[in-house]
Design a protein around this ligand. Structure first.
Ligand code: GDP
Length: 462
C-alpha cells in the first residue's frame, strides 16, 4: 500500500466523519431508510444543520442527538457525525474504494423481516466479509407484522412495549430466524441490545424505515460502533493533501466533464493540482472549480451549485477540471501538494494495481463499469470456478469479441457485461462469431444467466 505522509503534524489532526453505506436486497427498504434518516435530519436540523454533499449526506452529531432522543448524548462522542452515501446498494459500495479497501467505514445491511435473506443479501454479506467492513443489520418493515401498532420515530423498546404479546413474539421469531441465517453465513449475531462487542458480533436492529420506529436505535448503534471501534481510523490530517474516490463522471453545463468524488482524507483546495485514475493512465490536471449543492433551504432547482474554496474529509464534492473525459468511476483522486507529481502518479497506479483479477489463458470475457464492480463480479465468478480470460472496465467493443472468439470451450465464448453499453456493430459481430453477450445490472442475475447458458450447452451435448 502507498505511504501517505501528512504535511503538518498533530496540530491539524482531527476526527473525520465516518462514512456509512446501505446495502441489501432490492425492495427491502434501502432507499426508504436513507430518505427517513435524511428527512428526519432536515426536520430536526431546522436551519440547514444538515449538509447535502454531492452523492452523500452529512448528519452532524447534534442532529443525531435530536433524532435519537434519550439514546444518544452528544457529550459522549467526539466524532463529528455520520456521512451517508446517498446511492444505496452493493454496486455503489464496491465501486467506492479507498486506499486499501472499501470507502465506507460501516455498512447497514437492510433485510425485510418478512422476506428474510435473499440473493442480494448474501451478495452484500460476501462483499462485507471480503472487505472486512463492520456492519449492522436493519431488520426492516416491522410495521408489516400482522397486528403491529405503529409508533412513529420511537426507539424500538418503547415501540415493542405497545405491541400485544402475540405480535412481540412474532417479531422475535423473525429476528431469531435472521440471527440464525447470519450464523449460517459465518457471522455471530444477536439482538443489538444484547451485543457487548460490535466488532465481533453483528447487532440486529428491528425497525421500520416507513414509520421511523427503531431508527433512533440504528443511529445509536452506528454512533456507538464508530466511537468505540473506528475512532483511530477517523483521526486524519484534515489539512493535508486530499485523497478521495471518483463516484461518477458527469457532464455539467458550463463546466464540461466533471467528477463527483468523496473526499475521505485531507483537504482539496480550489487551486490544487490533482492526479485522477483514468481508463488508460493517471490524469494530471488542475482544479478549475469545487462545487457543492446550495444549502437545502436555498435550492430552487435540483441542480444549483455554489463554488467552495476547499473541501475537507469526509465530504462529497463535484470537481471541475480539464481533461477528465477518461476519468474512471471508482478510481482514486489525489491532491499533489508539497510533493513531486511523479510520487502521486505512482501512488494512484499502485492503488489501481491493487484491483487484481485472476485471469487464465482460457475463459470468458468480463466488462464492467467500474473497478469495484469488476472486482465484485470476478470474485463471484472465481467462487463458482468460472475462469476469466480478460476483465476490463469499459463498454463492450468489437475487440472484446475478437478476444472471446479465441476461447476453445464453447461455454467460454461469452462476454459478461455489467452496467456498460455494447458499442455499435459489436452485437452483430458477436452473432457472426458465435460469441454470446450477457447484460445485466445485478451481479447474481448476470451470473445466473450465464450459468443457464452453460447448462443448456451441456445438455445439448449429451
Ligand atoms: P430498495 O430497493 O431496497 O431501495 O427499497 P425501497 O426503499 O425502494 O422500498 C421498497 C418498497 O418497500 C417501497 O414500496 C417502500 O415504500 C416499502 N418499504 C420500505 N421500508 C418499509 C417499511 O419499513 N415498512 C413498510 N410497510 N414498507 C416499507
Amino acid at each position: 500500500m502507498a505511504e501517505h505522509t501528512p504535511t503538518d503534524t498533530t496540530e491539524s489532526s482531527s476526527l473525520r466523519t465516518p462514512i456509512v453505506a446501505v446495502l441489501g436486497h432490492v425492495d427491502h427498504g434501502k432507499t426508504t431508510l436513507l430518505d427517513k434518516i435524511r428527512g428526519s435530519a432536515v426536520t430536526e436540523g431546522e436551519a440547514g444543520a444538515i449538509t447535502q454533499h454531492i452523492g452523500s449526506t452529512a448528519v452532524p452529531l447534534s442532529v443525531i442527538g435530536e433524532m435519537a432522543g434519550d439514546l444518544v448524548d452528544p457529550e459522549d462522542f467526539d466524532l463529528p457525525g455520520l456521512l451517508f452515501i446517498d446511492t444505496p446498494g452493493h454496486h455503489s459500495f464496491s465501486t467506492l474504494r479507498s486506499r486499501g479497501g472499501a470507502l465506507a467505514d460501516i455498512a447497514i445491511v437492510v433485510v425485510d423481516v418478512t422476506d428474510g435473506f435473499q440473493p442480494q443479501t448474501e451478495e452484500a454479506l460476501d462483499i462485507l466479509r471480503r472487505t472486512q467492513t463492520p456492519f449492522i443489520v436493519a431488520a426492516n418493515k416491522v410495521d408489516t407484522i400482522p397486528g403491529w401498532n405503529p409508533t412513529d420515530d420511537q426507539p424500538i423498546q418503547a415501540s415493542k412495549e405497545r405491541q400485544p404479546d402475540r405480535v412481540q413474539s412474532d417479531l422475535d421469531e423473525r429476528l431469531y430466524e435472521l440471527i440464525g441465517q447470519l450464523s449460517d453465513e459465518g457471522f455471530s449475531a444477536d439482538f443489538y441490545w444484547r451485543v457487548q462487542n460490535f466488532q465481533n458480533n453483528i447487532g440486529v436492529v428491528p425497525l421500520s424505515a416507513m414509520t421511523g420506529e427503531g431508527v433512533p436505535d440504528l443511529l445509536t448503534v452506528l454512533m456507538g460502533l464508530s466511537q468505540r471501534y473506528l475512532k483511530e481510523e477517523m483521526a486524519v490530517d484534515v489539512t493535508g493533501p486530499g485523497a478521495g474516490t471518483v463516484l461518477e463522471v458527469t457532464d455539467e453545463r458550463g463546466f464540461g466533464t466533471t467528477i463527483d468524488a468523496v473526499v475521505y482524507d485531507g483537504t482539496i483546495r480550489a487551486d490544487d493540482q490533482l492526479v485522477v485514475g483514468g481508463l488508460e493512465e493517471p490524469i494530471v490536471t488542475e482544479v478549475r472549480a469545487l462545487l457543492q449543492p446550495r444549502p437545502l433551504a436555498e435550492i430552487r432547482t435540483e441542480k444549483e451549485f455554489e463554488k467552495v474554496d476547499s473541501v475537507a474529509a469526509a465530504a462529497g464534492v463535484k470537481i471541475a477540471a480539464p481533461d477528465l473525459d477518461d476519468a474512471m468511476a471508482g478510481a482514486p483522486v489525489r491532491v499533489v501538494r508539497d510533493r513531486p507529481v511523479e510520487e502521486v502518479i505512482a501512488e494512484v497506479e499502485a492503488e489501481l494495481a491493487e484491483v487484481e483479477v485472476q485471469t487464465a489463458e482460457e475463459g470468458i470475457v468480463v466488462k464492467a463499469d467500474t473497478l469495484g464492480s469488476l472486482e465484485a463480479i470476478s470474485s463471484t465468478l472465481e467462487d463458482e470456478e468460472i475462469p476469466i480470460m480478460r476483465a476490463e472496465v469499459g463498454d463492450v467493443a468489437p475487440r472484446d469479441i475478437r478476444v472471446a472468439e479465441t476461447a476453445n470451450e464453447p461455454t467460454h465464448r461469452a462476454i459478461l457485461a455489467f452496467g456498460v453499453d455494447i458499442l455499435e456493430d459489436t452485437a452483430a459481430l458477436a452473432e457472426q462469431e458465435d460469441v454470446r453477450l450477457f447484460e445485466n445490472d445485478v451481479i447474481y442475475q448476470l451470473v445466473e444467466e450465464y450459468d443457464d447458458h452453460v447448462t443448456a450447452i451441456e445438455e445439448s451435448q449429451q
